[in-house]
Design a protein. Structure first.
Length: 162
């Protein structure tokens, strides 16, 4: 028997002023996107802003439906919108933040597995890692350089080629 280990590395920032001006701006855009969330069932609002290689910012927010599977997370709203509107542009950086109606979110919240897999598709497609910035309403900020830091054993399309 042997072990296989893959390490995940996230950078943690305790002060937003430690971030670059571009990262601060992108996180501010994600916070604006939170305000467009439609979450009457979970009361948990997620906002996402991504910057494409061409500099364009695309935003998304979670959109719920009483039939839960019909809703969509903020990350997929943003990334699918970017893919439909700018099909030849890679995502350089994505910022994600959250707000809850009934409590204060003071820690970064990780994207769900479906979103991470969808995001990884854009890394694969454009052969470029995507930076991901996470923050709750307040508190620490985490930054990952690429999706493999969240899903070290993620499913890659090369695995389909046998």
């Amino acid at each position: 028997m042997s072990e296989i280990r893959r390490e995940s590395i996230l950078k943690r920032y305790t002060d937003i002023n430690e971030l670059s001006e571009t990262d601060r701006m992108l996180l501010a855009e994600a916070k604006k996107a939170v305000e467009t969330s439609y979450a009457p069932y979970s009361n948990f609002h997620v906002g996402c802003a991504l910057q494409l290689n061409n500099g364009v910012i695309v935003k998304g927010s979670n959109q719920e439906n009483i039939a839960y599977p019909s809703g969509l997370c903020a990350e997929r709203v943003a990334i699918f919108s970017a893919g439909a509107t700018y099909p030849n542009e890679a995502v350089k950086t994505m910022a994600i933040t959250v707000k809850a109606d009934k409590f204060k979110v003071t820690e970064p919240i990780m994207s769900c597995g479906a979103c991470l897999q969808s995001m990884s598709e854009y890394e694969i497609r454009f052969k470029q890692p995507m930076r991901v910035i996470l923050q709750g309403e307040t508190g620490d900020i985490y930054i990952a350089e690429g999706l493999k830091n969240f899903m070290p054993f993620m499913f890659w399309s090369d695995e389909l080629k046998g």
